[in-house]
Design a protein around this ligand. Sequence first.
Ligand code: GUN
Ligand code: ZN
Length: 424
Amino acid sequence: MHAYRASLLRFSPEGEALFDDDGLLVTAPDQDGVQRVVDAGPHREVAARHPQAAVTHWPGRILAPGFIDMHVHYPQTDIIGAPADGLLPWLERYTFPAEARFADPAHAAEVAGFFLDELQRHGVTTALTFCTSHPASVDAFFTEARRRRLRMMGGKVLQDRHSPDGVRDETGQSLIDTEALIRRWHGQGRLGYAITPRFAPTSSEAQLRGAGELAARYPSTWIHSHVAENKDEVRWARELFPQARSYLDVYQGFGLMRERAVYAHCIHFDDADRQLMRETGAAAAVSPTSNLFLGSGFFDYAGAERIGMRHGLASDVGGGTSFSPFHTMLAAYCVGREGQTKPGLSLPPSRLWWNATGGAARALGLAGVVGTLQAGTEADVVVLNPQATPLLARKTAHAQSLEELLFSLIVLGDDRVVERVLVA
Ligand code: GUN
Ligand code: ZN
């Protein structure tokens, strides 16, 4: 049993931010050796309940839940910041050539290791990531994640049409490979498999149908795709699937909407789409730095809240421009504020932070597992230094409330704030 004394940020299971200036977090290993939160709260109360725990004291630091990235592409690490005329030209010019290199297992292993180290440096302890269409890219990713004992989800991309040589897969073999990878990796320690059709335009009906059948046969797996990111993409999907009510409805038609189904972007939606997300328990991975960088549009937070569509935050690197959850939260605030093309609103800092931790966990079907530092959850913890830069030190010294403190970190913070990361 170990205890950590510092300021402590936690979340209630419903998403209320809880803060103790002088807090104590007590952890102990479970039977698999995974450190779990045993107790957490004000130092005086918690210490009295655990007099035998050895205490590490980090004065002036903040303990908080490890961040969660709901949608990212580890094979796109090296094409972050590649400019193009929007999504479809960007895929052709940069993304597919970069992903073709992952046929080489040594390249995949090297990038996967760098990616996971980079996530940890930024305080991200759980992510749902695309791999590439090559099964070796999945083996490389999970091997490196297991080595670091991280809770990670990923899967082989399915794309059997409208894709160049080097990344296009073959319908029958792609489904055989997916099932073999599910059996090899899903539920191994902290790892989870995601059935990953790239997006409807690059999969045949047979491949989407097969993916839906696997999703039904393995209900605890994730489903991971993109939808309604860009108007050209929406138009293309509507042409290819004229029988569907909407682009999102294509996925519903193939059995690809359920709990643990995660769709990146969800920008060009109507309320019927949002309703379908809510009714099926699927979740939106909101990727604001990517949407700004590729010029895709602005996620409608008011619409999501009005209908009750599950959502959380994501970097979407390499479309996204940063692995930092601080940068993502700030971009989400700015996108929420935008009020000319949709209703604008000011997302409270504690809500942005929830969307990058416990709220993202809940959207992923991981409530009670990570993201809150509630007792019983896995102890993925970041140690933050609110004085990491001169301006942050000056600004946080004057914070009058928790919301002001969190907003200072969101606006001014980055990897320099993340002093240490404790992984389970
Ligand atoms: N839509 C299909 N593939 C991709 C991708 O790799 N990135 C993004 N942002 N959108 C996509
Ligand atoms: Zn993406």
